[in-house]
Design a protein around this ligand. Structure first.
Ligand SMILES: [Zn+2]
Ligand SMILES: [Zn+2]
Length: 141
């Protein structure tokens, strides 16, 4: 496994939004929920959870879109760049203190090592899965 850079830095496609995280990730995984499929326009979302107070974001094109979280009582606020459309991170109401970065926006994500796949109940039949990784039909209790 490659070392995790300190800080973790990232940006959107056009570069208007940049961020840095001065902390270790607390969660790494993928989400197969249908909202993530739609928002990422892909089979699943690749996510790195970090402490929200360690995240510094810059860029005035950062916009947000809030939905009810799929299948449970919470909301998910998805932050994205309104100039280029890149999803950047999500804030989940029921998980205070954390933000969930879209791994593909991280400058060096070679170290990514998922520990869980969530919402496999809505995974596409053609979606690939990770070897030896815990799978949850919905979200872990
Ligand atoms: Zn952008
Ligand atoms: Zn999801």
């Amino acid at each position: 496994m490659t070392d995790i850079p300190k800080p973790i830095t990232g940006r959107c496609l056009c570069g208007s939004v940049t961020y840095s995280v001065d902390a270790e990730p607390v969660w790494q995984g993928v989400c197969h929920c249908s909202n993530c499929q739609r928002q990422t326009a892909s089979a699943f979302s690749t996510i790195v959870g970090v402490p929200s107070d360690a995240l510094t974001v810059q860029g005035d094109t950062l916009a947000s879109f809030k939905t009810a979280s799929e299948g449970y009582q919470s909301t998910t606020e998805r932050r994205f760049c309104s100039a280029c459309g890149s999803p950047i991170f999500s804030v989940i109401e029921s998980m205070p203190g954390l933000v969930f970065l879209k791994a593909g926006t991280i400058d060096d994500i070679s170290w990514f090592e998922p520990t869980a796949e969530i919402w496999t109940g809505s995974a596409q039949p053609w979606a690939p899965h990770f070897e030896g990784v815990a799978r949850y039909e919905r979200i872990p209790e």
